[in-house]
Design a protein around this ligand. Structure first.
Ligand code: COI
Length: 396
């Protein structure tokens, strides 16, 4: 691993942090953010067109007028970021990321509160995870001040794209890729970081209605030592065929199982999973522990804390397909839900598979614990519940 590439990486950030600890420790707000030059020019979308988009944004279909871009070279390091038109694009057919997939991304959201202010949720956690993903893909880590500075600059510039509707938000997509035109198989000497923004509604078109899931017996998402805990483009490319199989079997999403024993539940699509044992105030939540092959979700981490705040017992552990099926059959497992930035908290209502049977959870309806957790999270994000963990970061 090149010393140069990782010279400014905070070492604990590169380590896997496992069970029992908060993965993204609460830190004081990072106040020093990099200045971003504004080379953006005027907005190209009319107010009328923007309003029409904001009325029905879907997910990831439309983009705001600007992006922030910064570049890195092996000799000069990072240059300061600049705000430019989102219609600007660069790169040729030999772009390294297109051939060898040296590419990582993040996802977080900006929310407009009733007071008109715009906030992001735990952006430092995304900055840290982005650095860890960079480490695994031999990319230079984007410094936290550049990451946060890009978010501040873009959200301020394109603030009219943040809807006041609490069911909508501005999805922020930071990504970084090897942008050198070169076919040698080695870490790129030129790297580009871009932040783009997309106004979004619900990720699943049906909103919070439970999703059905297909356990993938034939395909593996991540193996020990692989890239499973990095948010890299290749993980998502490798998941698409299993997602197609899920759809062909009438399911909304894939559930991945471990690569070695082929029995432990890992995660769902691009989201983490929680299993609810018991009911009411006595409920206990279990989520698959971070073995190095799961994505360490910021929403997952937040729910571990919020569930404890709500008085539930919470555990990170290993749960097999048989535990899930038999737990539901016996009534021990009462609910299952998925969580992620895009999906927020989404109930799982039905499981199907080639080798392990079919079962329904919670009568195919959203469970009470799931909806309580969802409300606790969304209320903080949208400013209607006290932010006791200092997770919100005001931008406007
Ligand atoms: C997210 O929740 O932000 C994700 O990364 C999931 C998906 C949209 C890729």
């Amino acid at each position: 691993m090149s010393q140069n590439i990782h010279a400014n990486l905070d070492i604990p950030a590169a380590r896997v942090v496992s069970s029992g600890q908060t993965l993204y420790p609460a830190v004081d707000r990072v106040s020093a953010v990099a200045g971003i030059a504004n080379n953006g020019g005027v907005a190209s979308t009319s107010a009328a067109d923007r309003d029409a988009i904001l009325a029905e944004p879907g997910f990831g279909k439309y983009f705001t007028d600007h992006v922030v871009r910064a570049t890195w070279n092996k000799d000069t390091g990072w240059t300061g970021g600049e705000l430019i038109s989102s219609k600007t694009s660069s790169g040729g057919f030999a772009t390294q990321a297109l051939h060898y997939g040296q590419s990582i991304f993040e996802g977080l959201k900006a929310y407009r509160h009733a007071d008109g202010g715009i906030y992001t949720f735990r952006p430092e956690a995304n900055a840290l995870r982005f650095q860890r993903s960079a480490y695994r893909l031999a990319l230079p880590p984007v410094p936290t001040d550049l990451f946060l500075g890009s978010i501040e600059a873009l959200v301020r510039e394109d603030q009219d794209w943040v809807s006041g509707d609490p069911d909508k938000s501005l999805y922020l997509r930071p990504f970084e890729y090897g942008s050198e035109d070169a076919l040698g198989v080695r870490p790129a000497f030129d790297v580009t970081y871009v932040l783009l923004a997309s106004p979004v509604g619900a990720y699943f078109p049906q909103g919070v209605k439970p999703v059905s899931v297909w356990i993938s017996d034939d395909y593996v998402r991540a193996a020990p030592g692989g890239t499973g805990e990095a948010k890299c483009a290749g993980n998502y490319a490798a998941s698409l065929i299993a997602q197609q199989e899920a759809s062909a079997n009438g399911c909304d999403q894939v559930v991945w199982i471990d690569a070695t024993e082929r029995k432990y539940i890992e995660e769902m699509g691009g989201m983490n999973l929680f299993f609810v044992y018991g009911e009411g105030d006595n409920a206990r939540l279990v989520t698959p522990e971070l073995t190095g092959t799961l994505l360490p979700g910021v929403t997952r981490d937040s729910i571990l804390t919020l569930a404890r705040d709500l008085g539930y017992d919470v555990e990170e552990g290993r749960i097999t397909i048989a535990d899930w099926r038999e737990g539901v059959a016996s009534g021990a497992i009462t609910e299952t839900f998925a969580c992620g930035t895009a999906a927020v908290v989404t109930p799982v209502g039905r499981v199907d598979s080639k080798n392990s049977g079919t079962w329904e959870i919670s009568g195919g309806q959203p469970g009470d614990v799931t909806m309580k957790i969802r409300a606790a999270l969304v209320d903080i994000q949208t400013g209607t519940r006290e932010d006791t963990h200092n997770w919100l970061h005001r931008i406007v």
